[in-house]
Structures are given as C-alpha cells and as structure tokens.
Design a protein. Structure first.
Length: 95
C-alpha cells in the first residue's frame, strides 16, 4: 500500500483551511503543532496499513487471524493472555 506522508496531510489541511479563510503562517506555533499532529496521523495510517497487509498475507496463507485495532485499558493484556492459552505460536512482539 502507498505510504502516507506527513507533508501530504499538512498540505491538504492547509488547503482545506485556506478555502475557509484560515491562513497558517509558516513557522508559527500553530503550524508546528499541526505538523506534529500530521506526523502522528501519518504514522498511525502507515502502521495500520502494514498491519492489515500482514493480516491479509496470513489469511491468504490459510491461517486464522484475529486483529484487535484498539482496546480499553487493561483489556489488551487480557486478550494477549487468551491468545497465550489458545496457542504458543503467537508473536508477543505484535502488541
């Protein structure tokens, strides 16, 4: 899948805001904070795409896959515990 770049998201956001009469001054505190947010968003999108690709590869290979994208505090450890009870083949680095 195509990787999403922080600058692409920022550029789209900048154009969106300009269409609504909001100018972002380069180097301003707002610009810096928006760029940070765009970086977090692009990283999240790219990591999610990677995880989806890995899951698809496993499903295509005939394996059963469970994917949890988000869990409430405390729930993640319980889910990992369940997986450990079911199979020793899980990869603990995956969470």
């Amino acid at each position: 899948m195509k990787q999403i770049k922080q600058d692409d998201i920022f550029r789209h956001l900048d154009l969106f805001l300009k269409d609504r009469g909001v100018e972002i001054k380069e180097g301003s505190q707002l610009s810096k904070r928006l760029r940070e947010g765009c970086l977090v968003l692009s990283d999240t999108i790219n990591k999610t795409q990677t995880a989806i690709g890995r899951a698809k590869k496993e499903v295509d290979a005939g394996n059963q896959v469970a994917v949890v994208l988000s869990a409430m505090s405390g729930v993640t450890n319980k889910l990992v515990e369940y997986v450990s009870e079911i199979t020793a083949l899980h990869d603990a680095r995956e969470y």
